[in-house]
Design a protein around this ligand. Structure first.
Ligand SMILES: NC(=O)c1ccc[n+]([C@@H]2O[C@H](COP(=O)([O-])OP(=O)(O)OC[C@H]3O[C@@H](n4cnc5c(N)ncnc54)[C@H](O)[C@@H]3O)[C@@H](O)[C@H]2O)c1
Length: 323
């Protein structure tokens, strides 16, 4: 397929592009390089620099090629920032995504894969979180993603846009062969923050909450290897190409790890001390959050194969020490 990957120079996008190329797809990356890297671009893929907030940029890339499908990963993604600067998040994540959807619809494209998030669910009412779990975002970032999922559903009804919304849990890891070179910019997730402590660029890790009702008192989250996430996008395109109906699926590894388990594993992998400090819980942080991805496994014929904690930490460490 000829695929336009919006946000394809970013952390997850570059892994997606690699998986698409490995599977014989023709890829064009459209990215404004705000958090993406030029070194994440692959020679085998076309690249058009541009911003989805600018209609002429979108027209430019859509006029420059014929595409069978679009994968949309471009967004701002810091949940905390979205609560203090909702205008910017509304502009980028909602207005930008609507610009993109309008433009690709005008150009006759009817297959769309969207990077959504576990944040659409808010506080879990039961575990593991499945696709029937009510959506009720606890932060504005999650709301922006849910809003666009709803936009897609209307465009399916009114314009026949078939979409797969992939609700990622926490992405971690790097390509084991280090084909992706650029590190995630300003990461807020646990694994890269732990790596920064291991590298000595951050003094210590703050562990928010040690009195949760979990096996060691620290919060439990679901981590999924970025290469597993990437392969789900390729499978989602196969699904749409086979005439599949629009759907939203959870992508998690089915098992959660506590903060201290991540620290312990990182100590073993890096051989570094990784000092940490136990501090108060952050408001709104649930004790446990993990998904079932049975639905994705069944409908997309996808399976996470690299999402054990050690692989995620070892490949991330490899990327950090090879900078
Ligand atoms: N990283 C995670 O754990 C995680 C979890 C759930 C969902 N997501 C979603 O996955 C997607 C990718 O996340 P990531 O971690 O790779 O982030 P990233 O910041 O590394 O990638 C985003 C890419 O989009 C580009 N971009 C941003 N705004 C743009 C615009 N207006 N026009 C064109 N390009 C633009 C950036 O330059 C960057 O290359 C995001 O939509 C994010 O919300 C990420």
């Amino acid at each position: 397929m000829r695929v336009l990957v919006v946000g394809g120079a970013g952390y997850i996008g570059s892994h997606v592009v690699m998986d698409l190329l490995d599977n014989g797809h023709e890829v064009t990356v459209f990215d404004n390089l705000s958090t993406g890297h030029e070194i994440n671009l692959f020679e085998e893929a076309h690249f058009v620099k541009g911003d989805m907030l600018i209609e002429e940029d979108l027209e430019g890339v859509l006029n420059a090629g014929e595409y069978d499908a679009v994968i949309h990963l471009a967004a701002l993604k810091a949940a905390g920032d979205s609560m203090t600067d909702p205008e910017t998040y509304a502009h980028h994540n909602i207005c930008g995504s609507i610009n993109l959807l309008n433009a690709v619809t005008r150009h006759g494209i009817r297959k769309f894969v969207f990077s959504s998030t576990a944040a659409v669910f808010g506080d879990p009412r039961y575990l593991p979180v499945d696709e029937n779990h009510p959506v009720d975002p606890a932060n504005f970032y999650g709301f922006t993603k849910l809003q666009f999922e709803r936009q897609l559903a209307w465009f399916d009804k009114l314009r026949g846009m078939k979409f797969v919304s992939l609700r990622y849990f926490n992405a971690a890891g790097y390509d084991p062969d280090l084909r992706v070179k650029g590190l995630e910019v300003n990461p807020k997730n646990l694994v890269p923050v732990v790596m920064e402590v291991a590298m000595g660029t951050r003094k210590e890790l703050m562990v928010f909450g040690s009195d949760f009702e979990t096996r060691d008192g620290t919060g439990i989250r679901d981590y999924i290897h970025v290469s597993d996430l990437a392969s789900a996008h390729t499978k989602a395109l196969d699904y749409l190409a086979g005439g599949g109906d629009s759907l939203a699926v959870n992508l998690g590894s089915e098992s959660g790890h506590s903060v201290l388990e991540v620290v312990q594993c990182a100590r073993e992998v890096t051989g570094r001390e990784i000092p940490y400090k136990l501090v108060d819980r952050r408001e709104g942080d649930p004790a446990c959050l993990y998904a079932t991805s049975q639905h994705a496994q069944k409908v997309l014929n996808w399976k996470p194969v690299q999402s054990d904690l050690k692989s995620m930490i070892a490949t991330t460490w490899n990327a950090y020490i090879n900078q």
